[in-house]
Design a protein. Structure first.
Length: 296
């Protein structure tokens, strides 16, 4: 939980800008990443960069906690019950952990995106509780909270890198880099764990580097599905919502309207800037918290 909150707060302004760009908010649609980062404080004040972050923290603590815990548990089960080990069980456990965490916390993600998409002076939702009430009453009860879940789950099997700090590919890449690094160069890259000298862990700067690489690889693979999810989550807020009812419809619509670079991969450069430090902080905090809580 702590790992998730630290990671997300680090990159909250970039998250807000990404949502505004992905869904072509009419106030900022003509701007690029850096010009939007400069324009938001001018239009909405510096706290505007953190809009939706309260809902994000409420969501990310249980998300991070469920995901990291589930990852360790699934890994043990897959190894013991199915006899699968090595890289495959890491990839499977990461994907399953991501899906478990996302299903448990998806309504909070929905509310966070709606709040982050709002611009000062045009507020439809007054806060987290009001957004929950409005979505529930106006968009079909509980079903309204799970719009865009399908591209999220599909995107997790390979990616699971969204603290989301990291399911399938990012857990997989991080775990693989960690095991190779400690096996090949234990003295250069590793050090004894603070809570258990018999366990070797990565040095902090190496941890940060491996987490960043894991995030970058995972982002590249799953980004179009992330764009799809955001547009589906925003639903009724967007004028073209009737064309984005299913995952396939949304993918086709974004591709036809905006193409690959300006549609399916719009905001990717920003995602690299935000996901690399976010993933690095998430994995490093997680490893440090494990030592702090004597879990090695």
């Amino acid at each position: 939980g702590v790992a998730g909150c630290c990671a997300k707060t680090t990159t909250a302004p970039l998250d807000r800008v990404k949502i505004l760009l992905q869904a072509h908010n009419h106030h900022y649609r003509h701007l690029g990443v850096f010009s939007t980062l400069c324009a938001v404080p001018k239009k909405e004040g510096y706290l505007g960069l953190y809009k939706g972050n309260g809902a994000m923290m409420i969501r990310i603590f249980p998300y991070g906690a469920i995901q990291f815990m589930a990852f360790d548990q699934y890994k043990k089960v897959i190894k013991k019950q199915l006899g699968i080990s090595g890289h495959v069980h890491r990839l499977m456990a990461g994907s399953m952990a991501g899906i478990t965490a996302v299903i448990c916390t998806y309504p909070l993600d929905m509310v966070r995106v709606r709040l982050a998409f709002q611009v000062k002076g045009e507020h439809k939702y007054m806060g987290i509780i009001h957004a929950f009430k409005m979505i529930y009453t106006k968009e079909g009860g509980f079903r309204g909270f799970y719009r865009g879940l399908m591209p999220t789950v599909v995107g997790m099997a390979p990616y699971a890198g969204k603290l989301k700090p990291e399911h399938g590919f990012s857990f997989f890449t991080f775990g693989t880099l960690k095991s190779i690094g400690l096996a090949r160069a234990p003295n250069l890259l590793g050090r004894p764990s603070l809570d258990n000298p018999d366990v070797l862990v990565l040095k902090t700067h190496v941890n940060l580097l491996c987490g960043g690489i894991a995030g970058a690889i995972a982002q590249t693979i799953s980004y179009p599905l992330d764009v799809t999810r955001r547009r589906m989550q925003l639903g009724a807020v967007l004028p073209d919502s009737e064309k984005c009812l299913t995952m396939v419809q949304t993918l086709k619509y974004v591709y036809q309207q905006h193409g690959i670079r300006r549609g399916l991969y719009r905001g990717l450069s920003l995602n690299y800037i935000r996901c690399i430090p976010s993933q690095a902080v998430a994995f490093t905090t997680y490893e440090l918290m494990k030592q702090f809580l004597h879990l090695n």
